[in-house]
Design a protein around this ligand. Structure first.
Ligand code: IPE
Ligand code: IPE
Ligand code: MG
Ligand code: MG
Ligand code: MG
Length: 318
């Protein structure tokens, strides 16, 4: 049975009747690193130089929740270019800390104004807005400290450069998503779909590409051709991931997602279902899934977990 044909109660964004894909449905070879990743995230938070209240806000935003997609991408990218998974841990931890920071700030009243994240109150609801802003700042900063103290010798500069560039793109994407294209050169000539691609590649895709490239860079002796394959794969799954996120917002319940559903339309956000419609968005997800898998073909069998992740991302329901 293909991933598009499996059945259960929550229909997948690609239109398969009732497929409830979650990380637990992935093969053990793909999700096996999760306990190691979780314990390293915990150690990273414990090691933060922060007052107890701030450390507990950082822990609330980071631990015991989330699919850990970005760390899994970093780990399996490392393996795909010939490394050992544990070599990627500095990248796994740094990129997830950045992702958690981006979620905390994304949920703030001035941005998406959300009350629910990962099945519980958002950090600003739990600990107040000032603490949420500061915990986001602290997670961002701590990610670079983790790299500075754990990156393989001689590779801090390359890893920090990748992460900083992805943060800049993520913030740029968030600006376009939240405040629009005012002041952008030739903004009025861009179609809605072109605007959407720019938003999605920025706010979401860049960090997925960075997770992959950083994982690859942690592998001893990875060749640049392998990193190029990872980038191409990452561009396809990055766009696919956010199209699916947009589809889930219109097709799932808040209870199932653990975050508020139906909010994009309410906020007047530019999304794929709004611009292309649900069916064409689903078709695009399938195209991007195929593209991503094709990009990995020169990497052979060690890239199999990345192929499995792409198939999962196309049908995930949360
Ligand atoms: C949600 O990301 C934010 C987006 C970039 C769309 P995830 O869906 O990976 O969130 P968690 O980490 O699993 O909570
Ligand atoms: C969030 O996009 C992207 C970042 C956090 C950078 P969304 O606003 O669509 O994510 P959700 O739906 O709140 O998770
Ligand atoms: Mg947002
Ligand atoms: Mg949001
Ligand atoms: Mg969303």
């Amino acid at each position: 049975m293909s991933p598009h044909e499996t059945a259960s109660s929550h229909s997948s964004p690609t239109g398969s009747p009732g497929h409830s894909a979650n990380v637990a449905t992935l093969p053990a070879g793909v999700v096996g690193p999760l306990p190691t990743i979780e314990s390293h995230l915990r150690l990273a938070i414990e090691g933060a130089d922060a007052p107890a209240s701030l450390r507990s806000a950082m822990a609330y935003a980071t631990l015991d929740g989330g699919k850990r997609l970005r760390p899994l991408l970093a780990w399996h990218a490392c393996v795909a270019v010939g490394g050992e998974g544990p070599e990627s841990l500095p990248a796994c931890v740094a990129v997830e800390l950045i992702h958690c920071f981006s979620l905390v700030h994304d949920d703030l009243p001035a941005l998406d104004n959300d009350d629910l994240r990962r099945g519980r109150p958002t950090l600003h609801r739990h600990a107040g807005e000032a603490m949420a802003i500061l915990a986001g700042d602290a997670l961002l900063t701590h990610a670079f400290r983790v790299l500075a103290t754990t990156a393989p010798e001689g590779r801090f500069g390359a890893l920090a450069g990748e992460l900083a560039a992805a943060c800049e793109q993520m913030i740029a994407g968030q600006v376009l998503d939240t405040l629009g294209f005012g002041g952008e050169p030739e903004a009025e000539q861009r179609t809605d779909q072109q605007r959407l691609e720019a938003i999605h590649h920025g706010k979401t895709g860049a960090m997925l590409v960075a997770a992959l490239r950083m994982g690859g860079l942690c592998a001893d002796g990875a060749d640049p051709g392998g990193l190029d394959r990872l980038s191409e794969y990452g561009r396809s799954i990055g766009l696919m991931f956010q199209i699916v996120d947009d589809l889930l917002d219109v097709t799932q319940t808040s209870e199932h997602l653990g975050k508020r559903a139906g909010k994009d339309e309410e906020a007047g956000k530019l999304t794929y279902p709004r611009v292309l419609g649900v069916e064409r968005s689903r078709a695009l997800v399938r195209e991007l899934e195929e593209e991503s898998i094709a990009a990995l073909s020169p990497l052979g069998a060690p890239a199999e977990p990345l192929r499995a992740l792409s198939r999962y991302l196309a049908v995930r329901t949360r």
